[in-house]
Design a protein around this ligand. Sequence first.
Ligand code: DAH
Length: 339
Amino acid sequence: MKEQIKQIEENALQEIKSAKDLKELNDQRVKYLGKKGELTVVLRGMGSLSPEERPVIGSLVNQVRDELEKEIQGKEAELKREELNHKLQTETIDVTEPSKKIEIGSVHPVTSINKEIEDIFIGLGYEVADGPEVELAIYNFDKLNTPEDHPARDSQDTFYITDDIVLRSQTSPVQARVMESKKPPIRIICPGAVYRSDSVDSTHSPVFHQIEGLVIDKNITMADLKGTLEVFAKKCLGENTKIRFRPHHFPFTEPSAEVDVSCFVCGGKGCKTCKGEGWIELLGCGMVHPNVLRNCGIDPEEYSGFAFGCGAERIAMAKYGIDDMRLLFENDVRFLKQF
Ligand code: DAH
């Protein structure tokens, strides 16, 4: 039996030494030391030995097992080291290799117009205000002097979530929310997305962006409105820009007006951009209707104010010479990169 153990020891040592990888080494561990391994089988067979032989053989087997275990551990460490070295050599990173190009986007023209207009008004002492796009009909309409039977509330014009909740069709409800939550003086500008159930064409989209302005204080007059919009138009579209007011109607302002700017491409002579008119429509505005002030808890005997609202896409299209609104929503990188 001693002979047999010696033979096992010799074979095992040789095989362990020549194991090429961790898997092979593990196979050998199982082959010699596992439950059905060669050395274990010898231990099991000790029952047939004489009582004198048993301890001798037992301790020999244990000795060989300890030796093999140590040998396997050593070999394992060696194989792991080799594997790591191999990995380090084969998986080195070539830092000189040109990297994949990361495409960096550009600021969307509507975003940059918004930013530009915000900056102009922040410079005039306005704050930027925000409101929900899913809005109560009360704020989108009623408080803005647009009662239940007003045509602007037609379900064909507006997306209704329920009878009382709409996707806001204008940024004007932010006015009402701010007036309710703040005491005058109020000077705000509110940019944001608005929704209307319009079909898509070169000048319409069911979602677009507006920028709303509101000033409420004592003794605010139409002269303040005109002066403010003139500064705005010159800063946004160029110092030579002229503005003109045309009478109009909005439920939430009285009097109301639409404002045109002299064409900043031809200077007013008439060209493609202004469609030969010399003027480009810019925004709607007016003096805040006393009913609106009252609806929002402000005394119209004490305070007055003006408001205006314009479409960001319209300004971007005029300013950058874009002739189709769809280009602003399609997000074609070749188009967007130009701005
Ligand atoms: N809310 C109007 C619209 O969507 C734009 C507008 C006009 C806003 C006059 C105003 C305003 O605040 O005073 O057509």
